[in-house]
Design a protein around this ligand. Structure first.
Ligand SMILES: C[S@@+](CC[C@H](N)C(=O)[O-])C[C@H]1O[C@@H](n2cnc3c(N)ncnc32)[C@H](O)[C@@H]1O
Length: 404
């Protein structure tokens, strides 16, 4: 038997290894799941030969184009809605496409794990098909394909033109080059509501299934003796402000988990808050964090994935406004990735460049956070890491003087 036809499992017991990984993951927590998937991805990268990298980079451009086409054609929704297995011909009739093209799309989607092929020409929806039939997943694919792809295309020319210097201005990025605009991304979104909607849909699911900061953050411990009752003014104080909170997922989660601690506020630009749907215990408050912080003396000023959107000088402006509003017990909670100094994963390094290409910003290491906070007049009182895959960490920052 030639070497090419030797079954891999006769050399390495792959079937056994795969079966044991699948069995171990059946009831695993999302943290364990993410970590195993990340380790396997790193293993795949470590096993690649140079030509395999060429194949990965070359073939890697295709999935987004195919998945976008499959969504636009309505294949995933039609399959997700069907209670019976469907053939390519039946699906083609439902969506009004050619049956041979539909068959080829299905073959690709099955190879990609997004539909299940149960027989020679029979397909059924699986969990991934059902997820990709939802508007938030459509929006995410549209964001990746419609907004991000053109930015990636602009990167090499942008870096060459800028002589491979750091990207430090949010008005001079590959995004600005790709869209020929002088506006920073979030201002540009105000003039491009369709792209903004897709971005927000992506934001709403990008942490799908990951544990949240509330699973590790010791609220009672950090609260200390802080009380919501403001007896002097016969009112309730603000315990939590989700600064730049977008659709308010974290404000909602905090209010649900801690309904009695005090008032909860969601702050963002007014045009963003129009789209946020929050329960009665979360107050919406339009505010531009570059202009100031109207709520004085709140317990927690929380910022998730906000500061990584901005270069250092702007982060300092945002934090100084919060410092001016802080009372003696206030804390700033910075919920961001803390990149490891060594052994950054491909995903973490990708997120870092994404920030740079879109916004002239960066993901930071813990040491870089320490340096930046120090330059602002803050220090790290505590930190709580809650994911390994993204190294998401809540940094508790307090003014240097108050803590000394
Ligand atoms: C990357 S998103 C993070 C949203 C949210 N914190 C989350 O984790 O889902 C950044 C947020 O900052 C908001 N933002 C940008 N510029 C702002 C400004 N000048 N004032 C207030 N919010 C702003 C955006 O509208 C957006 O909701």
């Amino acid at each position: 038997m030639s070497e090419e036809l030797t079954k891999p499992s006769s050399v390495v017991p792959l079937d056994v290894i795969v079966a044991s990984i699948k069995a171990a993951l059946e009831n695993a927590s999302s943290t364990v799941y993410e970590e195993v998937v990340s380790t396997i991805s790193s293993l795949m990268i470590s096993l690649e030969r140079p030509i395999d990298i060429i194949h990965r980079l070359h073939e890697g451009q295709m999935p987004l184009a195919i998945v976008k086409s499959a969504i636009d054609a309505g294949i995933l929704n039609a399959l997700a809605e069907s209670e019976q297995p469907l053939s390519a011909g039946q699906l083609a009739t439902k969506i009004g496409a050619a049956s041979s093209l539909t068959a080829r799309l299905l073959r690709y989607l099955a190879a990609q794990g997004m539909v299940t092929q149960v027989d020679k020409d029979e397909y059924v929806a699986n969990e991934k098909t059902k997820a990709f039939a939802q508007p938030s997943f459509h929006g995410s694919i549209n964001y990746s394909f419609g907004t991000v792809t053109s930015i990636n295309q602009a990167v090499p020319a942008f870096l060459m033109e800028h002589k491979f210097q750091d990207i430090i201005k949010n008005t001079e990025t590959p995004f600005n080059k790709a869209y020929n605009t002088p506006l920073p991304l979030f201002e540009w979104f105000q003039h491009n509501p369709e792209q903004h909607k897709h971005f927000m849909q992506y934001m709403s699911i990008q942490r799908h299934d990951l544990v949240t900061w509330l699973s590790v953050f010791p609220v009672e411990l950090e609260m200390g003796n802080w009380k919501a009752e403001d007896t002097a003014n016969d009112s309730k104080r603000v315990v939590f402000i989700d600064v730049g909170g977008g659709m308010g997922h974290q404000a909602i989660a905090f209010g649900q988990k801690h309904p009695k601690l005090g008032r909860v506020i969601l702050q963002d630009l007014p045009s963003v808050l129009e789209h946020a749907q929050v329960p009665a215990n979360v107050e919406k408050q339009g505010n531009n964090f570059f202009k100031g912080q109207p709520e004085k003396g709140a317990k927690f000023y929380y910022l998730r994935n906000v500061l990584h959107d901005h270069p250092d000088q702007q982060v300092i402006v945002i934090l100084k406004h919060l410092m001016a509003a802080m009372g003696p017990d206030s804390e700033i909670l910075i919920d961001e990735m803390c990149l490891p100094e060594k052994g950054t994963t491909l995903l973490q390094a990708t997120r870092d460049f994404r920030m740079g290409f879109l916004l002239g910003a960066v993901e930071r290491t813990l040491w870089e956070w320490e340096k930046l906070l120090d330059a602002t007049g803050l220090m790290i009182k505590a930190k709580y890491q809650y994911t390994n895959v993204l190294a998401d960490t809540v940094i508790v920052a307090v003014p240097k003087l108050a803590s000394q």
